[in-house]
Design a protein around this ligand. Structure first.
Ligand SMILES: [Mg+2]
Length: 349
């Protein structure tokens, strides 16, 4: 649907594996002092000079995690990196290096992989991360991308999921539900396109939510903001699966309960109008939609004045004793147990 039909096609066999890696990575430059040796030997060599390293990896499979009929390859490369950087930031660490491995079927020409790597390179440049290795191989069906990200932090700065205390405030960055509603719009336009291929979709009214789906940003700025405000979260996680399941992770690992207030959940007006159009409950979308890549964290109540009124941060609830478990407090004041799927409306207390 968004594909450019007039592109050149150079078959991958013309380059061979080593030629391909050289070709795809030739414009990448190294920026991190901790990178001693990047691509070009049997392994990369890194030196973190006594700091702690964090490491995370993610596998994306065509047809499961992405759909190339509406996901441009450049965006896919960018997003594959963001998903990993978001996890590094969620540890309150700074991402430093990446490896990228791909498997592709012969339906992809060299030009397609160049697009993918242009997105990876843009992400590396924007976030100051070095690409230091990876692998390419062939696949029988479709495309697979595996990204591994390394990051660095002082031991005392690392924030785990496990140290939230009762009465801590629950805070989220940005707004929620946009990525899911963007996906709904793209899926709908794909169906329209199948029936009428001549019809180019007008995505302009949905640009915010479509961008949230296709080109998410990891919240490096929020980590820097918290440092600047001298707020160290007591626990933190990024929102990849949806607000409710991430809250339950914090509760489980920290052994606390939580009250989440429905009327505090930050929603962009575009998300609210798309929810009305698609007749979906906006709270359910925020709780279960996922892929927003915002940061969810807890802070000590004493830190509240430091974040109060900041447009990037919203207090959405507070932690409670473990035996009180996790609840959604709805707009009309009822308390509903929170589940990984959103909430369980049949177990109203
Ligand atoms: Mg995560």
């Amino acid at each position: 649907m968004l594909e450019d039909k007039n592109q050149e096609r150079t078959s991958l066999e013309q380059l061979g594996e080593f030629g391909l890696i050289d070709h795809l990575t030739r414009h990448f430059t190294l920026k991190q002092q901790s990178t001693v040796k990047g691509i070009g030997d049997d392994a990369a060599v890194l030196d973190f000079k006594g700091k702690k390293t964090v490491l995370t990896t993610d596998l994306l499979i065509e047809g499961v995690h992405f759909d190339l009929s509406y996901m441009p390859l450049k965006h896919l490369g960018y997003k594959a990196v963001m998903v990993n950087l978001s996890d590094v930031y969620a540890m309150n660490a700074t991402p430093t290096q990446l490896t990228v491995s791909i498997a592709v079927s012969n339906r992809f020409p060299l030009e397609a992989l160049e697009e993918l790597y242009a997105g990876i390179q843009l992400a590396c440049t924007t976030y100051g991360v070095d690409l230091v290795g990876g692998d390419t191989t062939s696949s029988q069906t479709g495309m697979l991308i595996s990204v591994t990200a390394l990051g660095v932090a002082l031991k005392e700065n690392i924030v785990y999921r496990s140290a939230a205390k009762p009465n801590d405030l629950l805070v989220v960055s940005g707004d929620l539900g946009g990525a899911y509603m963007g996906l709904q719009v793209l899926e709908r336009e794909k169906e329209v396109f199948k029936v009428n291929p001549g019809n180019q979709p007008d995505l302009e009214p949905y640009s915010y939510i479509v961008e949230r789906q296709l080109k998410p940003e990891a919240r490096k700025d929020v980590i820097e903001l918290l440092k600047q405000l001298e707020v160290r979260p007591t626990s933190m996680i990024d929102i990849s699966d949806g607000l409710s399941s991430e809250i339950l992770h914090l509760c489980k690992h920290s052994e606390v309960g939580c009250n989440l207030f429905e009327d505090k959940i930050p929603l962009d007006p575009t998300v609210i109008s798309a929810c009305e159009e698609f007749k979906i409950d906006s709270t359910l979308v925020a709780l279960s939609g996922g892929e927003d890549y915002e940061l969810l964290f807890t802070i000590d109540q004493g830190d509240f004045p430091k974040i109060k009124g900041n447009p990037n941060l919203t207090v959405i609830g507070h932690m409670t004793e473990a035996n009180e478990s996790a609840h959604l407090v709805t707009r009309d004041g009822s308390k509903i147990p929170l589940t990984a799927q959103g909430w369980n409306s049949f177990q109203t207390k």
